[in-house]
Design a protein. Structure first.
Length: 317
């Protein structure tokens, strides 16, 4: 009998078993750690989202069903605050002003941003410097932008009044007129946030495949026909993303209107965010303000879901 076929001694078998057991135990421990490790890595992000999003949202929903007096919950009133909203003329007026503001501002920003993106997508001399200059308004603090525009719009010493007087005209009253103040607020928002739409659409234009455009150029298609038949259809999903993001952000506009007009003259520029701020902190109606913001959040969420569904249909076609 050779050594290869000779059975192992009992001592050798027990030694092999003793050395194999720690290896099996290590493998099991490693497999368990591999299963737990992804959850351990996700835990900080989940806790952060819970702390800054889920808990405040749940707390706000609870507060919206209570009646507060001097900052303390006195009684549970159910859905009375939500019923009161839709019979409150000030809320309905603020919501209507906000819808007008968002619609007009986002439409202008989309058109201007798309036009600037089409121009800056070309490789021209100095185009990189122009791209850098165009995004400057977006990185300035909104409060600073509002202060600058307030100085421009000032009735007595504003830049527009000084320019008008120098040209032989009179004072330019923007902040004192309801219509002009609303237009002035839209112009501020357009100046500040058109660069965001511009950046999104520029990135989309630069990611488009070049083969269809080269084929269209060979076929002799003009710039307008190329834009209608190729650029616009391929940019529809990116346009939808830009419009949705900007619309959601525009609904929360607060800093600019608070510094520029504080909702005046009258209530011509009182957006829903400013009205909610006044209800919560000026009139101390905590429960009603919570119901207001929960309602607005639901409306924005419904708008975003509808936009996502529309985007999927566009991609499918």
């Amino acid at each position: 009998m050779t050594e290869a076929t000779r059975p192992a001694a009992p001592e050798q078998v027990s030694d092999r078993r003793d050395t194999a057991r720690p290896r099996v135990r290590e493998r099991r421990q490693g497999a368990g750690l591999d299963l737990i490790l992804p959850y351990l890595l996700l835990a900080p992000a989940v806790l952060t989202v819970f702390g800054v999003l889920i808990y405040p949202l749940w707390n706000g929903i609870q507060a919206s069903t209570k009646f507060y007096r001097y900052g303390r919950a006195v009684s549970d009133i159910g859905l009375d605050n939500y019923r009161r909203l839709w019979s409150d003329p000030e809320f309905l007026n603020a919501l209507w002003i906000t819808l007008r503001f968002v619609t007009i501002a986002v439409a202008i920003e989309t058109v201007l941003g798309f036009a600037l993106a089409l121009f800056c997508a070309k490789e021209l001399s100095g185009i990189r410097l122009l791209r850098t200059v165009l995004i400057v308004p977006m990185v300035i603090t909104p409060v600073v932008v509002a202060i600058v525009f307030r100085l421009i719009y000032a009735n007595e010493t504003g830049m527009l009044t000084a320019l008008s007087v120098a040209l032989g005209g009179g004072k330019v009253e923007i902040l004192g007129d309801p219509v002009k103040a609303f237009i002035g607020l839209i112009m501020l928002d357009v100046w500040e946030w058109t660069p965001l739409v511009f950046l999104i659409l520029l990135a989309g234009l630069q990611s488009l495949p070049q083969e269809p455009f080269e084929a269209a150029q060979v076929d002799g298609a003009g710039a307008w026909r190329t834009f209608i038949d190729l650029t616009l259809p391929m940019m529809r999903p990116i346009l939808a993303v830009a419009i949705v993001l900007r619309t959601i952000d525009a609904f929360g506009t607060f800093d600019q209107v608070f510094v520029l007009t504080q909702g005046g003259p009258g209530t011509s520029t009182k957006l829903i965010s400013l009205y909610g701020y006044e209800v919560a902190f000026k009139f101390q109606q905590t429960g009603y303000a919570a119901a207001l913001f929960v309602t607005v959040g639901v409306l924005i969420l419904a708008l975003a879901l509808a936009a996502v569904r529309l985007l999927r249909r566009v991609e499918a076609t």
